[in-house]
Design a protein around this ligand. Structure first.
Ligand SMILES: Nc1ncnc2c1ncn2[C@@H]1O[C@H](COP(=O)(O)OP(=O)(O)OP(=O)(O)O)[C@@H](O)[C@H]1O
Ligand SMILES: [Mg+2]
Length: 335
């Protein structure tokens, strides 16, 4: 039997549901190239080289702000990931790809072209709006539900969407997410402690903040002291990091408010009843959910695994004939 794959092509993580193995695979969406030509590593092992490699090795993310920026490397990655998931034996398969709503038609079509051109023996290529898949993955029957607000805070983007009766009523993609959170943390540490830290350290620190605050402990970071130029370890009070994130949290909340203001009143009433659904890896950042709750006066629902809800929704589109109609073919995409 032909296999089906559901792909959520995130800027930082690629999530792939494979019908055959009934599981969701998550790896860094990163490739490491040596001497501009040779594939050295991909996925998590490429990320292990990031910020650590000599000049002739370049580790990069081919997706930028939720859209495909480096087509060739992304094709290579898809080919390798799908081949690995097929245990080296590629066979004709169907592909369901989640796409952001608030991007151009050309950018949407690029997701289709990517699968078609990557040499993975695609039989059928279908597209599902990312927010629709997200809603399904949250366990919402998006086909019959009215007025559902989903806010997906990823690495490069936050997508705010209003769903109703299987469609998207409003959607906005803003360039705020885990990357910007990390950048704010790096800038604050540089300014207050004259310490330069890497992206990876900032990301790790951000992910640990909730735990640290619960334990009442400062964050421990390694970096380079600007004055002495030497590598040092330093304790950073988490309060400083919290403060550095507030401006970005405000941007997300302001956009949520704008979307709420534009939502037709009948749907607004449904959202008030159900609250906001918060997904995406970076939605777990400490204090964001309670702040949204306080400012909007709406309940915030948080899933157990916010990183994989989109892929989980794609799995439902693939497995449940009731939801199969939520996948479609982009105009101009030949089969
Ligand atoms: N516990 C945590 N606390 C805070 N942030 C976290 C946590 N776990 C993961 N993240 C952040 O989540 C982000 C990755 O989330 P996700 O996989 O949803 O993004 P993506 O889909 O790759 O990006 P995008 O949707 O913008 O294309 C990273 O920035 C990561 O640091
Ligand atoms: Mg994402």
């Amino acid at each position: 039997m032909a296999n089906s794959f559901g792909i959520d092509l995130g800027t930082s993580n690629i999530k792939i549901f494979s019908e055959e193995s009934k599981s969701i695979f998550v790896e860094r969406n990163m490739i490491a190239i040596e001497n501009k030509r040779n594939l050295l590593a991909y996925g998590d092992s490429a990320y292990a080289m990031y910020e650590k490699s000599p000049a002739n090795i370049v580790a990069s993310y081919p997706v930028c702000n939720g859209v495909i920026a480096d087509i060739q490397n992304m094709e290579t990655l898809i080919k390798y990931f799908i081949t690995d998931l097929s245990k080296g034996n590629l066979k004709p398969s169907d592909f369901y790809v989640a796409v952001p709503t608030d991007v151009t038609e050309v950018e949407k079509k690029a997701f289709y072209d990517l699968i078609k051109e990557s040499g993975v023996k695609a039989h059928k290529i279908m597209v599902v709006e990312k927010a629709i898949a997200d809603g399904l993955g949250l366990g919402i029957d998006v086909k019959t539900s009215q007025g559902v607000m989903v806010v997906n805070v990823g690495y490069a983007t936050t997508e705010i969407s209003i769903l109703s009766l299987g469609g998207i009523v409003l959607s906005r993609l803003i360039k705020v997410g885990g990357f910007k959170f990390g950048e704010a943390i790096r800038n604050a540490i540089r300014k207050e402690f004259s310490l330069i830290i890497g992206e990876k350290s900032a990301e790790k620190t951000m992910e640990q903040m909730l735990e640290l605050e619960r334990a009442g402990e400062p964050a421990l970071v390694f970096g380079r002291d600007i004055v002495s130029g030497l590598p040092i370890e330093r304790q950073i009070p988490t309060k400083l990091l919290d403060e550095s994130l507030m401006e970005l949290f405000s941007q997300i909340i302001d956009n949520i408010k704008v979307i709420l203001e534009r939502t037709p009143p009948e749907l607004g009433a449904d959202i008030r009843r159900q609250g906001i659904y918060l997904t995406g890896g970076a939605s777990q950042v400490v204090r964001l959910a309670p702040l949204i709750e306080r400012v909007t006066d709406l309940k915030v629902n948080i899933p157990e695994e916010p990183t994989t809800t989109v892929a989980l929704g794609l799995a439902k589109v693939i497995k449940d004939s009731k939801f199969n109609s939520l996948a479609y073919v982009i105009e101009g995409m030949g089969r």
